[in-house]
Design a protein around this ligand. Sequence first.
Ligand SMILES: *[C@@H]1O[C@H](CO)[C@@H](O)[C@H](O)[C@H]1NC(C)=O
Length: 254
Amino acid sequence: MLGGEAGAMGWVNLWSGILIYGLLGDDDNQDRPTLQHMPLPLSMHTITCNHGMGDELALGCPYSLRGIASVTRRGKACLKLAGVHVTGERLPYTDVETQLPAFAVDDWTLTTWSNDKMAGYFKDWHEDFTVRSSEFRISDAVCSQLLRSGLLHRKPSRDDGGEEAMVELALRNLWVSHPTPSLNGEEDVVYLMAKPKCFHPKAWALALDMRNSTLLGVAEFGVGKPFVGVTYHASTISKYMSLVTPPVAGGYLC
Ligand SMILES: *[C@@H]1O[C@H](CO)[C@@H](O)[C@H](O)[C@H]1NC(C)=O
């Protein structure tokens, strides 16, 4: 186990890996703290983009595309990583509603990995699930929740009358970001932020069960500033509160 029994401190770069500083090494090298690197897995798209140069700048900030969680699975410490890959294009105009660049989303794919060996090798990571947006099943109850939520409608991006007054969207057309693995290590649920369009001031949280490719639910998350967007951090605070409906994640606006 990286870091030794005494514990470790880590700095995470969600593209390249985790730098782990073993605060107190194992007994035989107690006075020599260790520094180790744990690589993180990448999807084939990430490896081959930018002509295989793997330029982190070309990939952009990873925080909106990848999320990691340290959980307990079957009594064992385990790292879970989730990544979302969105395909679409930047449209050659400014969105009339947001006054910011317009994008069209064609599709997105969610992938999860886990690692309960943590010896610092690529091969310790196991790809668990890859599910395309169109493969997620939606029950009738969640479907009506989704339709009522307002997430599947957006206003036109241009005022030339080329689009309906209210454009209808499918799950695959949503602007999704911030994949976050559930902190319950026994399940394979990932939370995603979703918006009807990029820079839309409102966001919704989607709960997706990767094991049976099911959309478990949708909840309006909050209203953020269009530039910074809405973001959140998973927490287990809800364990210590008595709530009728558990929140999807402990969140705040930034
Ligand atoms: C998928 O699994 C979850 C529990 O993990 C369950 O609540 C849900 O009903 C299942 N959905 C389907 C369609 O099997």
